[in-house]
Design a binder for this molecule. Sequence first.
Ligand SMILES: [Zn+2]
Ligand SMILES: [Zn+2]
Length: 342
Amino acid sequence: MMKALRLFGPRDLRLLEEPVPKPMPGQALLRVRAVTVCHSDIHYYKYARIGDTVSKTPLVLGHEFCGEVIETTPGVEGLYRGDLVAVEPAISCGRCRYCREGNPNLCEHLLFSGTPPLDGALREYMPYGAEFLFPLPAGFTPEEGALLEPLGVAIHGWDLAKLRIGESVAIVGCGPIGLLLIQLARIGGAAQIMAIEPLDYRRDLAVELGAIGLAPDDDLERRVLALTGGHGVDVAVEVAGTLPAQEEAVRVVKRGGTVVAIGIPPEDKLVMTHHVIRRKGLTIKLARRMKLTYPRAISVVQRGLVDLKPLVTHRFALDEADRAFRLVEQYADGVIKAVIYP
Ligand SMILES: [Zn+2]
Ligand SMILES: [Zn+2]
């Protein structure tokens, strides 16, 4: 038997005893070693839904996680008992038109761990398709393995930004993905990185990572213009998941610039003032999860180009998960990432 945490309805998490699942052919059985809490988990926790995806049966949350291989099935190659693995939470079919066009994140049959109907990682054991597992080089901790997921999302957003050497970028929102984007902007050749964030402690961390910290007050646009010779930044990446952040991204970007929207606002709306985006002639890009970014995510962490450690601020056991969720929901106690150890 094993412990599994299931969401029965808004704010109703229950720890259950369940049989250990059996891996199917092509899968490995994982002992889940670390799960980090994401704001999309918080959406489910609060509302038991995201957009039109509703959780009908009690769901196991958790899509940012690291596991240890316990058992493999015949046909699985390159994975061995005891391997620590990062996990691509999105299971794409590999056969539909969009997968074959190289966009597995847009797969017609996409399943996602911790999103109905697929149970996530807040449990002790979990079977998983071997093709979505990435063995970690020596030296990675389970926490770092879990944080490769938000790093993968950040890399996909960065790919969409298409920033050229010496250009300027604004990162709107300095949660975990925003802080990772700042590190990517540094190695990606941005000459100026502006971090727009209302919470002091997050803005301070952004400054430590090399960004210019800006609070999103009435003076924001004027200060960004002053810092960029009167033009605005070349690219703004919105990763706050709020409606005001979408407008801030539009206000600080230059004419002909690009806005990449990664955040998922609870209102389920994209709101930008039409005459501003039209007169500026902006390109607006939406990021959906990630595509094929894990090998690069592993590479930049292994080589010390991106540091995941400063993101982890709190640690919890599985039976304390409710506290972890409330902490992240309330942005309490200086939290960046809370890790749960099932
Ligand atoms: Zn996430
Ligand atoms: Zn597909």
